[in-house]
Design a protein around this ligand. Structure first.
Ligand code: 6GU
Length: 258
């Protein structure tokens, strides 16, 4: 029973796509997560396989039909429950209730994804992702299915599929056993609310640019202090919003350096 993603989309052939490569791809082959894509068009009921229609009230673009989206979501949700395998069928009814996977609608109107949301999603059994196209999805199916709208940033994509891939990549790398100890997320950006300090490797001097001497000093405590100060400086300079939150939470009256 691995972490499972069900993606509802007009373009099922886009998945796993880039998630079949590199770190996420290895984890997929190792069975640490799984994915299935549901073709919205296969849930259309008319002979033309219609999935969208013109908006009531007029205006440009097309809106995805609630009946078609609902049928596809029902199949995606059910498939996830069936893939809570490992235990024999019915076994989960006797013990604790199986946790439901949240159903998320990727939409630029949603709450903007952050690392705290990613951590929450990874702690659960997986996700059901609805990718919109056209102007969007009929509002009634969003309400009826209790979909949580999630955005990946303040810009507009032509569809939710790349956003779904971004969300899945962010989740999969945090699954147990996916990242090695070396790259484990302990020190990375956002794990402590700060952006990361700068990194250097050989050569020690390159094109007249020297590596900060403290990093060659062998003094681990000084290195740690320098990295913390740099992380704070970079966060303060580039992301005053993150910096303000950092000093509110980690601060507790402490005045971080300068
Ligand atoms: Cl989730 N979807 C679309 N279409 N555009 C976006 C987005 C999502 N997040 C940011 N822009």
């Amino acid at each position: 029973m691995s972490w499972h993603a069900s993606v509802v989309t007009l373009f099922p052939e886009m998945f796993p796509g880039p998630l079949g490569q590199s770190l996420a791809g290895r984890a997929l082959r190792d069975g640490r997560w799984s994915i299935d894509a549901f073709d919205l068009r296969s849930f259309a009921t008319d002979k033309h396989r219609t999935v969208d229609d013109t908006p009531f009230g007029g205006g440009a673009g097309m809106v995805m039909r609630p009946d078609v989206v609902d049928a596809a979501l029902a199949a995606a949700i059910a498939a996830g429950q069936a893939s809570d395998r490992g235990a024999p069928p019915g076994a989960e009814r006797e013990s604790a209730a199986p946790r439901l996977r949240p159903a998320l609608y990727l939409s630029p109107r949603g709450r903007v994804l952050d690392q705290a949301m990613v951590r929450d999603l990874v702690a659960g059994p997986g996700v059901v992702l609805l990718c919109g196209r056209y102007e969007g999805v009929d509002q009634r199916v969003i309400e009826a299915r209790g979909l949580t709208e999630v955005s990946i940033g303040d810009y507009v994509l032509s569809g939710g599929e790349p956003a779904a891939m971004v969300l899945l990549d962010a989740c999969v790398r945090l699954l147990p056993g996916v990242m090695g100890a070396a790259e484990s997320g302990e020190e990375e950006s956002f794990s402590n609310g700060l952006l990361e300090y700068p990194h250097y490797t050989r050569p020690a001097e390159w094109q007249g640019r020297a590596v900060p001497p403290v990093l060659l000093s062998g003094h681990h405590a000084e290195v740690a202090r320098w990295r913390q100060a740099e992380a704070e400086r970079i966060t303060r300079e580039r992301r005053p919003d993150l910096w303000a939150r950092h000093i509110e939470t980690a601060g507790q009256g402490r005045v971080p350096s300068a």
